[in-house]
Design a binder for this molecule. Structure first.
Ligand SMILES: [Zn+2]
Length: 452
């Protein structure tokens, strides 16, 4: 039979049809988020002789590998103060100098504590060749908006009693209690892979695009120990982050996890959440993680090709039961729904295909017409109050969008908006969504002072 690429594609997509296996994702409740805090209890864990991980000190872990008369640090936490706290313990375990610092990727929670681990120019700082570019981008043109949205998503300004944890770590220490960030650029960069020996330890570094394009993983053959950076942790992967991010390529992420699986590690030491120490279990969880990413990718592509919009697709994406029930895929960080929207825009861009959205009326004009059609501003206000009473908080929130576009300072509407945001936040177990709602509500309070 002559090979037809179209038939092959059709077969691939048909083979992705959901089956009876698909069940509703067991929904998490806020109590689950509270229990999840235990994952980040503060301690330094000795994974195996010579490998230690500091967890619970900061959003991300910092790891130490001991060599002969020297040690290597993988990820540095997010501030100098936290870095120093971790280093003091590492130095007690092993007093020899730090010969190298490795960044798994450019995010602040992994690189901004670097100064605490670097005494002089003899310490090599190793990262992917593009890490510097991405650090500069976060610090440069996107700083105002990323800071604002990060602060909401991480709940940096909400009262302590509303805060549990950040899903992948206990709290974001950047910007907390006057702690300072530091910036040390890589001194040794690589493209695809780099093999080197530091203080007698053989270290293999591999480029592994996933959560970020500059992501790498670290492989120590002697220990069969693998450090996956942020391509794996104990929460559904952040295939899209609501603080805003460039497209995260799911197909590349799947390949990167496969590369890790082939190594069959005995130890898996992620940069967030606790290390794993059973090779069979590691293989199973890596496989489930890969399959979940592949599933979201394939199902989104299938539904996209049917002509469905991102919102419609998101409402249809439900993980199969065997993946939804994995303790490593609970929606404590990313969600399949946000992820599917990321896949859509990654392949097709912002246009959802509906001609009505090609050149829509400006928001203000639409609000004016909808309000007039509904019988006037007071009628819409009544409907918003009714929605709150009937616990239709999302609808109430959307109605306040219209009302505020017409009358931005109306106190009654602002109070309805605060009430709907608080209610939406309180029922959420996903910390990113929870804190985004709660922070947005707090920002509307007269007492709110915008962080510097
Ligand atoms: Zn991270």
């Amino acid at each position: 039979m002559k090979f037809s690429p179209f038939l092959f594609l059709a077969f691939l997509l048909l083979s992705c049809e959901p089956t009876k296996e698909i069940a509703k994702t067991p929904s998490l409740v806020p109590e689950d988020l509270k229990k999840h805090t235990e994952e980040f209890r503060k301690e330094v864990i000795t994974v195996t002789e010579g490998i230690h991980v500091a967890i619970g000190y900061s959003l991300a872990n910092s790891m130490m590998v001991e060599g002969e008369k020297g040690k290597i640090i993988i990820d540095t936490t997010g501030t100098i103060e936290t870095g120093r706290e971790v280093r003091a313990i590492f130095d007690q375990i092993n007093p020899y100098p730090i010969k190298a610092v490795i960044y798994t990727h450019n995010h602040g929670d992994h690189v901004f504590g670097a100064r605490a681990f670097i005494d002089d120019e003899n310490t090599e700082v190793i990262a992917h060749a593009t890490t510097k570019k991405y650090i500069n981008r976060i610090l440069g043109i996107l700083r105002p908006i990323i800071s604002k949205r990060s602060s909401r998503m991480f709940g940096s300004a909400i009262p302590e009693e509303d805060f549990e944890n950040n899903g992948i770590g206990p709290f974001l220490e950047i910007g907390k209690d006057g702690r300072q960030t530091s910036l040390v650029y890589p001194t040794k960069e690589f493209e695809d892979n780099l093999k080197l020996t530091i203080s007698g330890v053989d270290i293999h570094l591999y480029h592994a695009p996933g959560e970020t394009n500059d992501q790498i993983f670290v492989w120590l053959p002697k220990f069969k120990a693998l450090f996956p950076g942020d391509n794996f942790y104990k929460a559904f992967p952040n295939l899209y982050t609501i603080r805003g991010t460039p497209y995260r390529d799911l197909a590349g992420w799947v390949k990167s996890i496969d590369k890790m699986r082939y190594l069959e590690p005995d130890f898996l030491i992620p940069s967030h959440s606790r290390p794993l120490e059973d090779s069979q279990e590691i293989l199973k969880h890596l496989t489930d993680y890969r399959d979940a990413i592949q599933f979201v990718h394939d199902q989104t592509v299938r539904l996209m090709n049917k002509g469905m919009t991102p919102t419609e697709i998101a409402s249809e994406i439900v993980l199969p039961e065997h993946l939804a029930s994995s303790p490593f895929l609970k929606e404590f960080y990313g969600t399949p729904q946000w992820s599917s929207k990321n896949v859509f825009t990654g392949y097709l861009g912002w246009f959802d295909g509906n001609p009505a959205t090609l050149n829509p009326l400006p928001d203000k004009e639409e609000a004016k017409k909808i309000i007039a059609m509904a019988g006037g501003w007071s009628k819409v206000l009544d409907e918003a109050n009714k929605a709150i009473k009937e616990k239709e908080f999302q609808w109430a929130l959307q109605l306040t969008d219209y009302l505020l576009l017409e009358n931005p300072n109306n106190k009654e509407v602002i109070n309805i908006r605060i009430s709907s945001l608080d209610s939406l936040g309180e029922i959420q177990a996903n910390p990113n969504a929870r804190y985004y709602y709660l922070s947005s509500a707090d920002e509307l309070l007269p007492s709110f002072i915008s962080p510097p």
